[in-house]
Write a protein that binds this ligand. Structure first.
Ligand SMILES: Nc1ncnc2c1ncn2[C@@H]1O[C@H](COP(=O)(O)OP(=O)(O)OP(=O)(O)O)[C@@H](O)[C@H]1O
Length: 299
């Protein structure tokens, strides 16, 4: 499946929140959607969910107009919204039925996902009697129930301890299928880096970067080298170069007159003890700050 969003705009009270979003989201992988607080992520996801309409623009699925009612959509909202006074099992069955399941299918799916996330022992308890982390697992089970075609997860890891994070990561990776779209929004860059192939960064209502994460890292790292020296206290031999320090490493910009090879050979010929050198690949955090930081906002 290919979900293609074009020129999507949305204003609230005359304030333009989405300023013409262009995005392509492919099935069969986890798509990472990033942006600073208030950038417009939730607004875009809510339009996809048909909570409200965009003011203009188009959303197409496989070349046809996207109709949310044609798909099962699982949503884990950032502000968790379940009924705290209801029993866990009743809520899960309710959400399954909302997604079009019969009572029998709903019961079956409720049991399956409750077991998957280890909350089957709480099924007869009211949600409010569970710990925060266990409530979070109920919310996650709710998103997966009835195997949605489109799964939208907003900060799914918040509140999970490392063991439960791992259970959730495994479930998420198992869930990937060619006929499923998974959209994952988080401020925790490590998770996006470890799961997502395609990413998009939204800043102030516009997409400022999108594509395959590995390709983006390669492209943005071009022309730079990561070097590590046995002794980093005195780097006088680098004065001719433009470089920055990243913990124990030096990130060096290759000048137009030189190549990777000439730099390394030059260092060796001076007898400098180089313990590691590699192509520089910026982290997602560095990319994010570069694309959404204050300097960028002013430009
Ligand atoms: N229903 C609404 N009415 C008025 N303004 C809204 C509404 N929903 C969102 N906004 C505004 O739209 C902007 C984008 O909000 P949105 O929730 O989409 O951001 P976000 O990227 O999801 O942020 P966060 O990372 O903080 O969750 C914000 O300025 C927000 O105040």
């Amino acid at each position: 499946m290919d979900l293609v969003i074009k020129e999507l705009k949305k204003s609230f009270n005359n304030k333009e929140v989405l300023k013409g979003i262009d995005l392509t989201i492919n099935s069969g992988q986890i798509f990472g959607y990033l942006g600073r607080n208030g950038a417009g992520k939730t607004t875009s996801m809510r339009i996809l969910m048909d909570v409200f309409k965009g003011d203009s623009g188009s959303i197409m699925m496989d070349g046809k107009e996207f109709k949310p009612t044609d798909y099962r959509i699982g949503y884990l909202p950032e502000e968790r919204g379940m009924y705290t006074k209801f029993k866990v099992k009743d809520q899960l069955v309710y959400f399954a039925q909302l997604r079009g399941a019969t009572k029998k299918e709903a019961q079956h799916s409720m049991k399956k996902w409750a077991e998957e996330f280890g909350i089957d022992i709480y099924l007869d308890q009211k949600l409010e009697t569970l710990s925060k982390g266990n409530q979070q697992k109920v919310q996650i089970a709710q998103a997966f129930i009835c195997e949605p075609d489109i799964l939208i997860l907003d900060e799914p890891f918040s509140g999970l301890d490392p063991v439960n994070s791992k259970i959730f990561q495994d479930s998420l990776l198992n869930y990937i299928r060619e006929d499923r779209i998974i959209i994952f929004s988080s401020h925790q860059m490590g998770y996006i880096e470890s799961f997502c192939d395609g990413i998009a960064i939204i800043n102030d209502g516009k997409i400022v970067l999108d594509g395959d994460l590995n390709a983006i890292r390669k492209q943005l790292g071009e022309g730079k080298l990561r070097l590590r020296f046995a002794d980093q206290r005195n780097l006088d031999f680098l004065t001719a170069y433009d470089y920055t320090i990243d913990r124990e490493d030096v990130i060096l910009t290759i000048p137009p007159t030189e190549t990777k090879k000439s730099i390394i050979e030059g260092l060796f010929s001076q007898g400098i003890e180089l313990t590691m050198f590699m192509d520089y690949l910026p982290s997602l955090q560095e990319i994010f700050i570069e694309k959404t930081g204050d300097n960028n906002e002013k430009s």
